[in-house]
Design a protein around this ligand. Structure first.
Ligand code: MG
Length: 252
């Protein structure tokens, strides 16, 4: 009898573990003291709480340097048309300088268990996007982080370019305007959609998983919606509140 109960409990735990949603800290875990979105400190904080991944945004400078920042215009500078010598001096709200992708990888490599969820932002032209993809692959290879990164993008061109030049990279599409079938047909690996897309298309998570696509959802900060996405059985949840989600998942 004891053995049966033990087996049942173990099976239950393993089943639950297999299904547990993975937590991705949106723009790093920045919601702490003296922190800032997309800062090195936000990545360190995501590593400290053992998030599955730390998401960050990447743009290319005029002189071909990839920097980590969300906005294409920052403190009056248009990133794509500004040289990195200037961008590197710009301060984040916590006093850090704007990190380059190489700075971010240097910290990322210190904890290989935390995935680097690499969002390459749409740029103003296909030419700049292609340049950014090419440079991204070069820096990823140079830093030997191929196994630690997952690519995400709102730009269909960027998703296509990554699959063309680095077919083994995991690429997920962010914009929410293509069905799982359409994403699969493009040869990409996952959908990473706003939660409202899944609320409007409640069959998409299941459909995507049946097609072998990975399902991520952004950016879920509300407890009720976290639970709703857990019930949808998404694979990853991207959030500004990773500890709140951790708490909910621990009770699962
Ligand atoms: Mg992002």
């Amino acid at each position: 009898m004891k053995k049966i109960i033990f087996t049942a409990i173990t099976t239950f735990m393993l089943t639950n573990m297999a299904n547990a949603q993975k937590i991705i800290a949106h723009r790093g875990y920045w919601d702490t003291e003296n922190n800032a979105q997309n800062s090195i400190k936000s990545l360190k904080s995501a590593q400290e709480i053992n998030a599955y991944g730390s998401e960050f945004d990447v743009l290319i400078s005029a002189d071909d340097v990839l920097v980590v920042n969300h906005d294409d215009n920052y403190l009056g500078y248009h990133i794509e048309t500004t040289n990195s010598s200037i961008l590197k001096t710009l301060k984040l709200p916590n006093g850090e300088n704007m990190p380059t992708l190489e700075d971010y990888f240097a910290q990322g490599k210190k904890n290989k268990n935390v995935k680097l969820i690499f969002e390459l932002k749409p740029h103003s032209s296909k030419k700049n996007e292609d340049r950014a993809v090419k440079k991204s692959i070069e820096i990823i290879k140079k830093n030997k982080v191929e196994k630690q990164i997952e690519i995400i993008s709102f730009s269909q061109n960027i998703c296509d370019e990554f699959k063309k030049l680095a077919p083994k990279y995991h690429v997920s599409y962010l914009a929410g305007d293509l069905s799982p079938k359409e994403v699969k047909a493009r040869g990409w690996n996952g959908i990473d959609y706003h939660y409202s897309v899944f609320q409007k298309n409640p069959t998409w998570v299941k459909e995507a998983k049946e097609l072998g696509l990975l399902v991520n959802v952004w950016t879920v900060n509300d407890k009720k919606i976290m639970q709703e996405m857990i019930d949808f059985d998404v694979d990853y949840i991207t959030t500004d509140k990773p500890l709140v989600l951790k708490e909910i998942l621990s009770k699962k």
